[in-house]
Design a protein around this ligand. Structure first.
Ligand code: APR
Length: 246
């Protein structure tokens, strides 16, 4: 058993509202690569920090669109892991609010409801001009280097990924929901984020400043580790089923 497990379970308490803040490490054991510590396949040729920007979109729309459709395909082939399932199950025993930086749908597919996506979603395509949500059909079966985004049926603009790029404003609703959920929480669990990208990285600090216990699950130290109550140095799938067990 993990030496800090009982301390972490004590910190999370057993009743009050829990906020779970997740990052790319949450989906690592589902086979979805994280941003800053692994490169696989087509991903190796693209650095997310280069492509996930308005400049990349303006410079080479077809390759950015192709990359995002390939990421949808990757997520579609992945399965929620034991960590996602443990978080979804915990909501049977207490109020659980999931706030994620991830753009995949693995929390939803594990059964979590009302997930707040701070950085948008791979599956929320919209028109780049009029902003209308757009249906764009399934991603191509094989990775392609370039693909033209479809035209908007309403205004003649073009589809764009429904994700937040570096330098873009976060959508207000998930951010406000995250802040109010943290303010009302009796514990916060942070899983699989390097704590390097703001403003998401400032959310755990809100809990710390309010004296709310914060537990971190991450095999490595992160930008948040110094401030948390307990750091379980292990992976999501390895410890969340025990940490969140009733
Ligand atoms: N379980 C838990 N944590 C893990 C696991 C795992 N199996 N594997 C890796 N990690 C940890 C890593 O140690 C790292 O601290 O997950 C973290 C992943 O960090 P990042 O790749 O930086 O992902 P994230 O923090 O979510 O990035 C934030 O940056 O690229 C932008 O918008 C993008 O939402 C993303 C944001």
């Amino acid at each position: 058993p993990h030496p800090d497990m009982s301390k972490a379970r004590l910190a999370l308490g057993d009743g009050g509202p829990l906020v779970v803040l997740t990052g790319a490490g949450m989906s690592a054991e589902s086979g979805v690569p994280t941003f800053r510590d692994s490169r696989t396949g087509l991903w190796a040729r693209h650095d997310p920090a280069d492509l996930a920007t308005p400049e990349a979109w303006d410079r080479d729309r077809d390759s950015v669109w192709a990359w995002y459709r390939w990421r949808e395909r990757l997520v579609g082939c992945a399965e929620p892991n034991a960590g996602h399932l443990a978080i979804a199950r915990a909501a049977r025993d207490r109020s659980v609010t999931v706030v994620t930086q991830n753009v995949d749908d693995l929390h939803e597919r594990a059964g979590s409801a009302g997930v707040h996506h701070l950085h948008g979603s791979l599956f929320a395509h919209r028109c780049d001009e009029c902003g209308a949500p757009m249906e764009v059909g399934p991603p191509p079966a094989d990775p392609v280097d370039r693909l033209a985004p479809p035209d908007c049926p309403r205004c003649g603009g073009r589809a764009r990924p429904g994700v937040v790029w570096f330098g873009e404003m976060l959508p207000r609703q998930p951010w406000d929901a995250a802040v109010s959920a943290i303010s009302a929480a009796t514990a916060v669990l942070v899983v699989g984020t390097s704590g390097l990208v703001h403003p998401a990285a400032s959310l755990p600090g809100i809990a710390v400043d309010l004296g709310i216990p914060v537990v971190e699950v991450n095999p490595d130290p992160s930008g948040l580790t110094d401030g948390v109550t307990v750091h379980l140095r292990d992976t999501a799938a390895a410890v969340l089923p025990t940490l969140l067990a009733p």
